[in-house]
Design a protein around this ligand. Structure first.
Ligand SMILES: Cc1cc2nc3c(=O)[nH]c(=O)nc-3n(C[C@H](O)[C@H](O)[C@H](O)COP(=O)(O)O)c2cc1C
Length: 188
């Protein structure tokens, strides 16, 4: 599929068929994630692939819905045959960039890896969704993360049961400025 169609057609999907996702598909998606740009080429993301139903349960229990930690877990994740957790190695980022590394770079880097994986999944006919609604500490425990690693994202992988819908949003012209914020294109 043409890249522009792929990027424009990608949608967050929250309902999956039980059709299996192959190991080869997962490996190709991970390779795209690992190929993302990162500050100083640190590649301080860490990927944890989860297929085991009991482990999925522990991970899903660490999530919450609609931006409120006291809300119930995002149960729809249970339908996805594979979950990929993305964690950031804070010690690597801090070691090279200090405060800036852990305040911002790790999250920017992980987001780059996540976006590559979302598009790679789409390109393989799979669907996904960027999920960050989880209690970081509980997620860290569920994943067995050491203290220097922080869970940043969770990506379900599977074939869409219900296609994602395009959500309305401001046209790109409304969020684009020229030379300085608030200024439109020069008059012709
Ligand atoms: C940083 C981030 C966190 C998100 N967390 C969640 C989440 O916890 N649960 C969820 O269902 N969707 C989550 N989303 C998906 C957004 O709701 C979705 O991307 C947005 O509504 C636009 O829809 P689209 O991805 O189909 O274009 C998240 C997206 C981003 C970028």
């Amino acid at each position: 599929m043409d890249f522009f169609e792929l990027a424009a057609g990608r949608r967050s999907v929250r309902a999956y068929l039980d059709t299996p996702v192959t190991e080869e598909q997962v490996q190709r998606i991970l390779a795209c994630g690992h190929g993302a740009p990162s500050g100083g080429n640190l590649k301080e993301w860490r990927f944890i692939v989860i297929r085991d139903p009991e482990q999925k349960r522990r991970v899903i229990d660490a999530t919450y819905s609609r931006n409120n930690e006291s809300n119930p877990p995002q149960e729809w994740l249970a339908e996805a045959p594979v979950l990929i957790a993305v964690a950031a190695d804070l010690s690597v980022a801090a070691g090279r960039y200090g405060r800036h590394g852990i305040d911002s770079l790790v999250y920017l880097d992980c987001a780059c890896a996540v976006q590559n994986m979302l598009l790679a999944a789409c390109s393989l006919g799979l669907s996904s969704c960027f999920v960050s609604g989880f209690r970081e500490h509980q997620m860290g425990e569920a994943l067995g993360l050491p203290p220097e690693l922080e869970a940043v994202a969770l990506l379900p992988l599977g074939y869409a049961k219900v296609p994602g819908v395009k959500r309305p949003g401001a046209p790109v012209e409304d969020v684009t400025f020229f030379e300085r914020y608030g200024e439109g294109p020069a008059a012709p």
